[in-house]
Structure formats: structure tokens, C-alpha cells
Design a protein around this ligand. Structure first.
Ligand code: FES
Ligand code: FE2
Length: 390
């Protein structure tokens, strides 16, 4: 039943588009299908290049039940290796850190950062074939400093899929964002699709973030830029702190625009002049997920405690609403309803799901006048996007 509803709903377009069947947010059998067809076979975002700047820097994560570690080698190359020991299966590294070799915590078999088995302590007279016990390696690609891995050895290259997105990333100079803050990871009690849907729409700002986001970046100024099943871009206006004393006296805040980009299945970011905030969503069960967040910028400057507390508050508001929706979608007697204009990027995300699950692409690329401003080339002093209200 859930598959029949998914097939119908993921083919819809704005106007007719509905919320996903509630069962898709909780059903274990349906969850297995997503793990296989989405996280087990598509490209999945891991972190940014800036999060792993030095040789030996690593980040461990689990994708579709597969423990992995992305680690930078001595030659500077990033590799995605299995994080499962080839001896008796212990998971070896956790979180983020730096290691010039991978040592299993169980019996201390040791692997190089290339995944070669280099040491087997106390092996007695038994010869261990080192070639036969290397760590499994997975596909990895970096695009504009974003690191993706795929468990699927036949995953097609990423660049053609992101065609058309380059101008947005180069406009905000994302390639020059070399300074990263520490990556933070939080478990949420929601199906992974709820935060993804939440992060791509500004429709909820005025209600969920009434005292935080809304005064600075109001719902009424949110807009759709361009997108389809494989990626979508939305944006909004943001009131900045007055830049000068004169502005402050004149009470004339300047207004800048930011972009929100979604690269399904699991990456969303906000692009601002000089920096980017991002979130990575990974399922950990039918009704649970893990959210990692990061920040990277062109120049290194410490994030103030005040700003950190403010972001944490916004994040807590999102978490509370998503976890509340998870309780709502446990209903057996009610289904969701129609999506509105400000949820166009949610419709794109649904069409992505349809593409992966049913191999049918129903998406129609859509552009608004906001996209036109990016068609020119980038100026040398920053984004060509116009500043308004100054
Ligand atoms: S399981 Fe890793 S060394 Fe034994
Ligand atoms: Fe939010």
C-alpha cells in the first residue's frame, strides 16, 4: 500500500502535490527499500573537504548499515574505506580525528591509511595473507569541496547530475571556503525525510522560528530559484546588522540574500557571502536519524558564543517540530494534505524519491526570475547577486 501511494505522490507536481504517505515515515519494510535504493546505491554526502584538511584526518559514519571512514592519505588524497576490521568485524574508528594508521580496538590488527593490512600482533605460527585482508574501498567524489561517497561501485559520476549548479557555488566562492568549524552530530527521533523536508522550505519560519529566524529572514521574503528532482535552490532576504555607525543611527539595516541548496538524498546548505552552513541527514532506523551540521568559510574567524547559542536555538526549534511531526505521522487514521507554493522544493525532493524508488523521472525543471541574476559571470568583488535595501 505504501508503495502504491509513494508511486502516485512522487509523480505529482505543485498544485496537486500532497504530503507523503504517513506510513513512509515509520514502516520498517519500506525503510529497508529506501536503505537499499537510496542510501545503499546513490551518492551520499559525508562532509566538506575543509573538515579534513591534513593527512590522517578522518571522519567515521554509517551509511545504510555500512560503517565507513573517510580519511585523508599522506599523498593528500581522500579515500572512503570500510571501517570494519577484516579479522572479526570490530568497528574501528568513531567520530572525527587524526590517525596515521587504523588500529582495531579488539586485537589491534593495523591498517595503513590506504587500507592495507600492515600488522597482526601475536599471530603465532599462522601466516595471515595481508593482501586478502585489506579494507574494502568505496567510491568517493569531491564536488566544490563537498565530499560524497557511494556504496555502489557503478554509481555514475556526480558532475553531470549537478550541471547548472556550478554558477551558484562559484558565485558564492564555495571553492575558497577552506576553514571549517567542528562538525556536530545529534540524534533526532524522526524519520530522516522529515528534517530534509523541513530544511528545504521557509514556509515554517513565521510559525516555528517566530522569534529567531523570522525577524531576520522572514517567510514572506522566501523564494524558489531553480530546481528539479536532483537538486533545488531556494533563497530569501536576510536583514543584516547595520554595517556602520551611520546606518545604525539612521536605523537603516542592509538587506542581503542567501541561498538554500538541497542535494538529495541527504545534503542541505545555506550559502551566505563568505560562508556556508550545512546539514547532513542520515537514517539510523525507520523513526530515527542522525543530523550532522557544519560551517565553513573563506576566512578563519571564531564563531561568537552568542551566534552559536542563536543557531542552537533555531536548530532546537526545528528538532522539536520534526519530532512532533513524527508523533503525528504515527496516525493510522489520518493522512497529510496538499502542499503550497512555498513547498516547491519539498515537491522536488519527493520527485527525487520517486526517481530512486521507481526509476521514473517525473520532474520538470523549473526556474524563476531569481535564477536569471546568476546567469552572468561572477564579478571579482563578490557575488553578482544584487544587494537591495541599502
Ligand atoms: S576484530 Fe579487529 S583485530 Fe580482531
Ligand atoms: Fe527551520
Amino acid at each position: 500500500m505504501v508503495m502504491t501511494d509513494m508511486l502516485r505522490i512522487t509523480a505529482q507536481h505543485l498544485g496537486d502535490a500532497e504530503a507523503l504517505p504517513f506510513q513512509s515515515y515509520r514502516d520498517p519494510e519500506y525503510f529497508d527499500v529506501e536503505q537499499r535504493e537510496i542510501f545503499g546505491s546513490d551518492w551520499v554526502f559525508v562532509c566538506t573537504d575543509a573538515d579534513l584538511p591534513s593527512a590522517g584526518d578522518y571522519h567515521a559514519l554509517v551509511i545504510a548499515d555500512e560503517p565507513l571512514v573517510v580519511i585523508r592519505g599522506k599523498n593528500g588524497e581522500l579515500r572512503a574505506l570500510s571501517n570494519v576490521c577484516r579479522h572479526r568485524g570490530a568497528v574501528m574508528l568513531s567520530g572525527s580525528g587524526n590517525a596515521n594508521k587504523v588500529v582495531c580496538p579488539y586485537h589491534a590488527w593495523t591498517y595503513s591509511e590506504e587500507g592495507a593490512l600492515s600488522g597482526v600482533p601475536h599471530r603465532g605460527d599462522v601466516q595471515v595473507d595481508k593482501e586478502a585482508h585489506c579494507l574494502r574501498r568505496f567510491k568517493l567524489e569531491t564536488w566544490f569541496g563537498l565530499v560524497f561517497v557511494s556504496l555502489n561501485d557503478n554509481a555514475p559520476p556526480l558532475a553531470p547530475r549537478f550541471r547548472g549548479l556550478e554558477k551558484y557555488f562559484s558565485n558564492f566562492r564555495v571553492g575558497s571556503f577552506r576553514h571549517a568549524s567542528e562538525l556536530e552530530v545529534q540524534p533526532w527521533q524522526t524519520n530522516w525525510k522529515l528534517p530534509m523536508e523541513n530544511f528545504v522550505e521557509g514556509y515554517h519560519f513565521f510559525a516555528v522560528h517566530r522569534d529567531t529566524v523570522e525577524p531576520a529572514a522572514p517567510t514572506r521574503d522566501c523564494f524558489y530559484v531553480e530546481g528539479h528532482a536532483d537538486w533545488s535552490i531556494t533563497g530569501g532576504s536576510q536583514l543584516e546588522q547595520p554595517a556602520t555607525f551611520k546606518d545604525w543611527i539612521m536605523r537603516k539595516p542592509s538587506e542581503v540574500e542567501y541561498l538554500s541548496i538541497c542535494l538529495p538524498p541527504n545534503f542541505v546548505c545555506n550559502l551566505y557571502e563568505g560562508y556556508m552552513t550545512w546539514a547532513r541527514v542520515l537514517p539510523t532506523g525507520p523513526t530515527t536519524c542522525e543530523i550532522a551540521t557544519g560551517y565553513c568559510s573563506a576566512v578563519s574567524h571564531p564563531v561568537s558564543e552568542e551566534l552559536e547559542a542563536f543557531s542552537a536555538r533555531i536548530f532546537a526549534e526545528d528538532r522539536e517540530i520534526c519530532e512532533s511531526v513524527q508523533k503525528g505521522v504515527s496516525s493510522r487514521r489520518v493522512q497529510g494534505g496538499q502542499l503550497v507554493e512555498l513547498e516547491r522544493a519539498v515537491v522536488d525532493f519527493h520527485q527525487y524519491l520517486g526517481k530512486r524508488l521507481f526509476n521514473e523521472d517525473h520532474s520538470r525543471p523549473f526556474r524563476t526570475e531569481h535564477a536569471v541574476r546568476f546567469d552572468g559571470t561572477r564579478t571579482e568583488d563578490g557575488p553578482s547577486m544584487s544587494r537591495t535595501g541599502t
